[in-house]
Design a protein around this ligand. Structure first.
Ligand SMILES: [Mg+2]
Length: 271
């Protein structure tokens, strides 16, 4: 007999391995008859453009061609912010600029034109997977304690076309996209909900990383209390990103060891 031990469940969290041991103690003895081990997964939520790949301007070129092909307007998009914005946000600004009604029909027509033009634009000499990305995605996919998905301003079909072009789409079983919201800061909860649905695990904010190349990626990570890793492989240099106080900044992802040291680092206690 072991009278000091009462029946119930006891949870032990062992950092930094990230395992929870759920120990069920039976009312009849000291030995745990129903011990179960659950992996608590670190969740990586990836931006696409400027973080995983450089499309060599394919997105802007495809939107430009769609503007001409769908609406007959051969105008510039140079003064519209692309970096970190969602496709639907960009389309709304484009429609406004050219005094086109922002109707659902015009959104749909523009998106259809964009998606039709995108594949041909990806075949340009500047389109590439950024350094270190393939290695890191492959290692993340192989780690039993790690899950990964997308949190991107692309519409889902555009993300599939861009990443599929480089053979990266299969790394991402779920994601949050511009289809979910025009505003990037709205996308975090959609990504967390789909991660939960896919893995059957709730991901606590301190084990979620938002990885992206713009101030908007950092902001949307902070909205959901996630940790943020900024990478300066887009249009924003290290100093600009660091000034926004992400949890970590890297010049690029070329060193997978440096990347995993950040991801495996313990979370800072809340201030
Ligand atoms: Mg980006």
């Amino acid at each position: 007999m072991c009278p000091a031990v009462r029946s119930g469940s006891f949870i032990f969290i062992i950092p930094p391995l990230g395992f929870i041991f759920l120990l069920s103690v039976s009312p009849t003895g000291c030995r745990p008859p129903d011990a179960a081990i659950f992996h608590v997964k670190t969740l990586l939520l990836w931006d696409i453009d400027g973080t995983l790949i450089s499309s060599g301007g394919a997105g802007m070129q495809a939107l430009h061609r769609a503007l001409t092909g769908v609406f007959g307007i051969a105008g510039s998009l140079d003064d519209i912010e692309f970096s970190g914005r969602t496709d639907r946000w960009i389309i709304r600004r484009t429609l406004e600029k050219y005094s086109l009604p922002a109707t659902p029909e015009n959104f749909d027509r523009y998106l259809a034109g964009y998606l039709a033009a995108l594949p041909a634009q990806l075949s340009n000499p500047h389109a590439r997977v950024l350094p270190g990305v393939r290695e890191i995605l492959a290692e993340a996919a192989a780690r039993p304690d790690c899950a990964q998905g997308l949190l991107t301003g692309n519409v889902a079909r555009g993300a599939e076309v861009k990443l599929g072009f480089h053979g990266l789409w299969s790394f991402f079983p779920f994601g949050a996209f511009a289809d979910d919201s025009e505003l990037r800061n709205d996308l975090g909860p959609h990504a967390l909900r789909r991660a939960h649905a896919h893995h059957g695990v709730e991901f606590p904010p301190e084990r979620v990383w938002i990885i992206g190349d713009t101030p908007h990626d950092i902001a949307c990570g902070k909205v959901i209390g996630a940790r943020t890793l900024a990478v300066a492989t887009g249009n924003h240099p290290v100093a600009e990103l660091r000034a926004l106080a992400p949890d970590a900044v890297l010049a690029d992802l070329a060193d997978p060891v440096a990347f995993w040291q950040i991801i495996n680092s313990p979370a800072r206690p809340p201030s």
